[in-house]
Design a protein around this ligand. Sequence first.
Ligand code: ADP
Length: 213
Amino acid sequence: MPMKYRAILLFGAPGAGKGTQGKILGQIPNFVHFSCGDAFRNLRVDSKLGRVFVEFASKGSLVPDEPTIELWTTSISAMKVTGRFNPEADTLLLDGIPRNPNQVKIMSEMVDVVAVFNLFCPQIDKLIVRLQRRALKENRLDDANVETIRTRLETYKRETRAVLDCYPENIIHQIDSTQEPMRVLLDILQIISRIPKPAISDGNTTFAGGPGA
Ligand code: ADP
Protein backbone atom coordinates (compact mmCIF):
# COMPACT_ATOMS: atom_id res chain seq x y z
CA MET A 1 0.00 0.00 0.00
CA PRO A 2 1.37 3.48 -0.83
CA MET A 3 2.51 5.57 2.11
CA LYS A 4 0.04 8.05 3.58
CA TYR A 5 0.70 11.77 3.45
CA ARG A 6 1.45 13.32 6.83
CA ALA A 7 -1.04 16.13 7.42
CA ILE A 8 -2.16 18.80 9.83
CA LEU A 9 -5.70 20.12 9.56
CA LEU A 10 -6.46 23.81 9.86
CA PHE A 11 -10.07 23.77 10.91
CA GLY A 12 -12.71 26.37 11.68
CA ALA A 13 -15.70 28.33 10.43
CA PRO A 14 -15.45 30.56 7.35
CA GLY A 15 -13.59 33.69 8.40
CA ALA A 16 -11.80 32.06 11.33
CA GLY A 17 -8.42 32.64 9.67
CA LYS A 18 -7.41 29.23 8.31
CA GLY A 19 -6.09 30.73 5.07
CA THR A 20 -4.16 33.52 6.83
CA GLN A 21 -2.40 31.04 9.11
CA GLY A 22 -1.97 28.41 6.38
CA LYS A 23 -0.15 30.87 4.12
CA ILE A 24 2.30 31.84 6.87
CA LEU A 25 2.87 28.29 8.15
CA GLY A 26 3.37 27.10 4.57
CA GLN A 27 6.53 29.24 4.43
CA ILE A 28 8.22 27.03 7.04
CA PRO A 29 10.51 24.46 5.39
CA ASN A 30 8.82 21.04 5.11
CA PHE A 31 5.31 22.46 5.53
CA VAL A 32 3.10 22.73 2.46
CA HIS A 33 -0.15 24.68 2.53
CA PHE A 34 -3.09 23.38 0.51
CA SER A 35 -6.22 25.50 0.45
CA CYS A 36 -9.15 23.73 -1.17
CA GLY A 37 -11.02 27.02 -1.68
CA ASP A 38 -7.99 28.45 -3.52
CA ALA A 39 -7.75 25.33 -5.69
CA PHE A 40 -11.40 25.84 -6.67
CA ARG A 41 -10.92 29.56 -7.30
CA ASN A 42 -7.90 28.84 -9.52
CA LEU A 43 -10.02 26.75 -11.88
CA ARG A 44 -11.07 28.30 -15.15
CA VAL A 45 -14.68 29.42 -14.80
CA ASP A 46 -15.47 27.94 -18.21
CA SER A 47 -14.21 24.46 -17.20
CA LYS A 48 -16.73 21.84 -16.10
CA LEU A 49 -15.60 21.82 -12.48
CA GLY A 50 -15.19 25.59 -12.49
CA ARG A 51 -18.86 25.91 -13.35
CA VAL A 52 -19.86 23.42 -10.65
CA PHE A 53 -17.83 25.41 -8.12
CA VAL A 54 -19.50 28.72 -9.02
CA GLU A 55 -22.91 27.10 -8.86
CA PHE A 56 -22.45 25.77 -5.31
CA ALA A 57 -20.09 28.33 -3.77
CA SER A 58 -22.22 31.31 -4.81
CA LYS A 59 -25.11 29.78 -2.86
CA GLY A 60 -22.96 29.15 0.21
CA SER A 61 -23.10 25.36 -0.23
CA LEU A 62 -20.35 22.76 -0.42
CA VAL A 63 -19.28 21.38 -3.78
CA PRO A 64 -20.22 17.65 -3.97
CA ASP A 65 -17.62 15.27 -2.51
CA GLU A 66 -16.60 13.34 -5.60
CA PRO A 67 -15.33 16.27 -7.73
CA THR A 68 -13.87 17.87 -4.59
CA ILE A 69 -11.75 14.84 -3.76
CA GLU A 70 -10.77 14.51 -7.40
CA LEU A 71 -9.58 18.13 -7.42
CA TRP A 72 -7.61 17.43 -4.25
CA THR A 73 -5.87 14.31 -5.60
CA THR A 74 -5.08 15.98 -8.93
CA SER A 75 -3.70 19.08 -7.19
CA ILE A 76 -1.53 17.02 -4.83
CA SER A 77 -0.20 14.92 -7.72
CA ALA A 78 0.69 18.09 -9.62
CA MET A 79 2.47 19.46 -6.55
CA LYS A 80 4.45 16.23 -6.30
CA VAL A 81 5.45 16.28 -9.95
CA THR A 82 6.56 19.91 -9.79
CA GLY A 83 8.52 19.28 -6.59
CA ARG A 84 6.43 21.61 -4.42
CA PHE A 85 5.41 18.69 -2.23
CA ASN A 86 7.72 15.87 -1.18
CA PRO A 87 5.63 13.34 0.77
CA GLU A 88 8.72 11.77 2.35
CA ALA A 89 9.78 14.98 4.05
CA ASP A 90 6.83 17.36 4.04
CA THR A 91 3.72 17.81 6.15
CA LEU A 92 0.59 19.02 4.39
CA LEU A 93 -1.34 21.86 6.00
CA LEU A 94 -4.87 21.10 4.87
CA ASP A 95 -7.14 24.13 4.81
CA GLY A 96 -10.79 23.64 3.86
CA ILE A 97 -10.57 19.90 3.29
CA PRO A 98 -11.86 17.47 4.57
CA ARG A 99 -15.03 19.48 5.04
CA ASN A 100 -17.53 16.81 6.06
CA PRO A 101 -17.32 13.31 7.59
CA ASN A 102 -17.59 11.61 4.20
CA GLN A 103 -14.53 13.50 2.94
CA VAL A 104 -12.73 12.45 6.14
CA LYS A 105 -13.55 8.84 5.36
CA ILE A 106 -12.39 8.97 1.75
CA MET A 107 -9.21 10.85 2.62
CA SER A 108 -8.31 8.61 5.56
CA GLU A 109 -6.91 6.13 3.03
CA MET A 110 -4.49 8.77 1.78
CA VAL A 111 -3.61 11.01 4.71
CA ASP A 112 -2.37 10.49 8.23
CA VAL A 113 -3.68 13.40 10.30
CA VAL A 114 -1.22 14.09 13.12
CA ALA A 115 -2.92 17.23 14.48
CA VAL A 116 -6.08 19.28 14.10
CA PHE A 117 -6.10 22.98 14.94
CA ASN A 118 -9.63 24.11 15.68
CA LEU A 119 -9.65 27.87 15.17
CA PHE A 120 -12.78 28.52 17.19
CA CYS A 121 -14.68 31.78 17.20
CA PRO A 122 -17.56 32.16 19.64
CA GLN A 123 -18.63 35.50 18.14
CA ILE A 124 -20.52 35.03 14.88
CA ASP A 125 -20.60 38.83 14.41
CA LYS A 126 -16.83 38.92 14.28
CA LEU A 127 -16.78 36.27 11.54
CA ILE A 128 -19.35 38.17 9.50
CA VAL A 129 -17.34 41.41 9.70
CA ARG A 130 -14.14 39.58 8.67
CA LEU A 131 -15.87 37.91 5.73
CA GLN A 132 -17.36 41.19 4.52
CA ARG A 133 -13.98 42.88 4.69
CA ARG A 134 -12.46 40.02 2.72
CA ALA A 135 -15.24 40.19 0.13
CA LEU A 136 -14.22 43.74 -0.70
CA LYS A 137 -10.49 43.08 -0.67
CA GLU A 138 -10.44 39.78 -2.55
CA ASN A 139 -13.49 40.12 -4.73
CA ARG A 140 -15.09 36.94 -3.39
CA LEU A 141 -18.53 36.21 -4.73
CA ASP A 142 -19.46 33.93 -1.84
CA ASP A 143 -18.85 36.65 0.76
CA ALA A 144 -20.56 39.43 -1.13
CA ASN A 145 -23.81 39.56 0.79
CA VAL A 146 -24.81 38.84 4.36
CA GLU A 147 -27.40 36.23 3.36
CA THR A 148 -24.78 34.08 1.60
CA ILE A 149 -22.40 34.51 4.53
CA ARG A 150 -25.13 33.30 6.89
CA THR A 151 -25.79 30.29 4.65
CA ARG A 152 -22.05 29.51 4.67
CA LEU A 153 -21.98 29.65 8.45
CA GLU A 154 -25.07 27.40 8.58
CA THR A 155 -23.39 24.96 6.17
CA TYR A 156 -20.39 24.92 8.49
CA LYS A 157 -22.55 24.11 11.52
CA ARG A 158 -24.67 21.52 9.73
CA GLU A 159 -22.05 19.67 7.66
CA THR A 160 -18.51 20.63 8.57
CA ARG A 161 -18.36 20.87 12.35
CA ALA A 162 -18.88 17.10 12.66
CA VAL A 163 -15.41 16.60 11.14
CA LEU A 164 -14.04 17.26 14.63
CA ASP A 165 -15.79 14.14 15.95
CA CYS A 166 -13.89 12.01 13.43
CA TYR A 167 -10.50 12.51 15.14
CA PRO A 168 -9.22 11.46 18.56
CA GLU A 169 -9.42 14.22 21.17
CA ASN A 170 -5.72 14.08 21.94
CA ILE A 171 -4.77 15.41 18.49
CA ILE A 172 -7.33 18.26 18.49
CA HIS A 173 -5.96 21.62 19.64
CA GLN A 174 -8.30 24.49 20.46
CA ILE A 175 -7.06 27.87 19.25
CA ASP A 176 -8.88 31.12 20.04
CA SER A 177 -9.24 32.71 16.61
CA THR A 178 -10.55 35.99 17.98
CA GLN A 179 -6.99 36.88 18.95
CA GLU A 180 -4.75 38.92 16.64
CA PRO A 181 -3.26 36.84 13.81
CA MET A 182 0.20 36.94 15.43
CA ARG A 183 -1.16 35.51 18.71
CA VAL A 184 -3.02 32.79 16.82
CA LEU A 185 0.21 31.97 14.99
CA LEU A 186 2.17 31.83 18.24
CA ASP A 187 -0.34 29.40 19.77
CA ILE A 188 -0.16 27.16 16.70
CA LEU A 189 3.65 27.27 16.49
CA GLN A 190 4.03 26.34 20.12
CA ILE A 191 2.02 23.19 19.52
CA ILE A 192 3.44 22.32 16.09
CA SER A 193 6.99 22.55 17.41
CA ARG A 194 6.19 19.79 19.91
CA ILE A 195 4.71 17.34 17.40
CA PRO A 196 7.21 14.54 16.70
CA LYS A 197 8.93 14.93 13.32
CA PRO A 198 8.80 12.28 10.62
CA ALA A 199 11.90 10.06 10.51
CA ILE A 200 13.36 11.82 7.46
CA SER A 201 13.14 15.60 7.73
CA ASP A 202 14.56 16.96 4.48
CA GLY A 203 14.60 14.14 2.01
CA ASN A 204 18.37 13.79 2.40
CA THR A 205 20.18 12.22 5.28
CA THR A 206 18.85 13.96 8.38
CA PHE A 207 17.35 11.62 10.92
CA ALA A 208 14.92 12.32 13.76
CA GLY A 209 16.71 13.37 16.90
CA GLY A 210 19.51 15.19 15.06
CA PRO A 211 23.25 14.47 15.35
CA GLY A 212 24.14 11.33 17.22
CA ALA A 213 20.55 10.11 17.45
P1 ADP B 1 -13.65 29.79 3.75
O1 ADP B 1 -12.18 29.84 3.95
O2 ADP B 1 -14.28 31.12 3.82
O3 ADP B 1 -14.33 28.75 4.57
P2 ADP B 1 -13.06 28.46 1.28
O4 ADP B 1 -12.23 29.40 0.48
O5 ADP B 1 -12.37 27.39 2.03
O6 ADP B 1 -13.93 29.33 2.26
O7 ADP B 1 -14.15 27.78 0.34
C1 ADP B 1 -14.99 28.51 -0.52
C2 ADP B 1 -16.06 27.60 -1.11
O8 ADP B 1 -15.43 26.55 -1.88
C3 ADP B 1 -16.92 26.86 -0.10
O9 ADP B 1 -17.99 27.61 0.36
C4 ADP B 1 -17.37 25.64 -0.92
O10 ADP B 1 -18.43 25.96 -1.80
C5 ADP B 1 -16.15 25.33 -1.75
N1 ADP B 1 -15.28 24.32 -1.08
C6 ADP B 1 -14.03 24.54 -0.60
N2 ADP B 1 -13.52 23.42 -0.05
C7 ADP B 1 -14.48 22.47 -0.17
C8 ADP B 1 -14.59 21.10 0.21
N3 ADP B 1 -13.59 20.45 0.83
N4 ADP B 1 -15.73 20.45 -0.07
C9 ADP B 1 -16.74 21.04 -0.69
N5 ADP B 1 -16.73 22.33 -1.08
C10 ADP B 1 -15.61 23.05 -0.82
